[in-house]
Design a protein around this ligand. Structure first.
Ligand SMILES: [Cu+2]
Length: 254
């Protein structure tokens, strides 16, 4: 039974692992999250295989003989089996939780001199504010410098939206009334797409924005070229929202 479980785990993993789920890796978090995903795929494949192999074995082994109309045996539990099916999932869940915690701790490690960008989401558009740059405002286009940590301060003006740039691997909900934070260090120059990944209404599928990661000098030039300032109603959510800045795990917060 163990051999069959191992073989099925290997077969599923062989199909799932080579798939490039989220495109190229364009942030410092990407390799860590991809490794975590790979480990989770193998773990899930193992659990799935174990359950399937035991199910098929039980179907075959304990099948009623033709013509057997008698009741099944009265069974009063099996201590060894119960300990096993409690202990194994507990170990798997604790391992997965601990490993995820470690990865989250690493990818949210604050770097000196981060760039702060306000993200405004509303049905069905994104816009961005650069508070350190005279409240410069950009609609539908997000620029960030390469190689510098960015703290995205996120505001939802109507319903819950979710900020996702697949190549960065970072995804965070934007919630009305509170300010959420996503920490990303983009490390690859290029043009990507910001996708809303929380079903937010009829226009959800079109709720996208262009993301440009560029050298710092070009980024400064672009911000300087912005003519609009963040509109007053949007600034209200910056000031009025409850800040939920996560205390970095590494500094003792939970
Ligand atoms: Cu949305």
């Amino acid at each position: 039974m163990l051999a069959a479980t191992a073989a099925l785990t290997a077969a599923i993993s062989a199909v799932m692992l080579p798939i490039n789920w989220d495109g190229q890796q364009a942030s410092t978090a990407a390799p860590k999250i991809d490794r975590l995903l790979d480990v989770m795929i193998v773990l899930s494949a193992f659990v799935f295989s174990l359950v399937m192999v035991m199910l098929v074995y039980a179907l075959w082994k304990f099948k009623a003989k033709p013509g057997d109309e008698s009741d099944g045996e009265p069974i009063h539990g099996n201590t060894r089996l119960e300990i096993a099916w409690t202990l194994i999932p507990t170990i798997i869940v604790l391992f997965a939780g601990g490993y995820s915690w470690k990865v989250l701790d690493e990818i949210e490690e604050p770097a000196p001199n981060p760039l702060k960008v306000q993200v405004f989401s509303q049905q069905f558009a994104w816009s961005f504010g650069y508070p350190g740059k005279g409240e410069a405002w950009s609609e539908g286009e997000l620029h960030v410098p390469v190689g510098r940590q960015v703290h995205f301060k996120m505001h939802a003006l109507d319903v819950i939206h979710s900020f996702w740039v697949p190549e960065w691997r970072i995804k965070k909900d934007n919630v009305p009334g509170i300010t959420t934070t996503a920490i990303v260090t983009p490390n690859k120059v290029g043009t990507y797409q910001l996708v809303c990944t929380e079903l937010c209404g009829f226009g959800h599928a079109t709720m996208r924005a262009e993301v440009v990661v560029e050298p710092p000098a070009e980024f400064r030039k672009w911000v300087a070229s912005l003519r609009q300032r963040v509109p007053a109603p949007l600034m209200e959510s910056v000031v009025g929202d409850t800040e939920t800045d996560p205390i970095p795990l590494g500094s003792g917060g939970a």
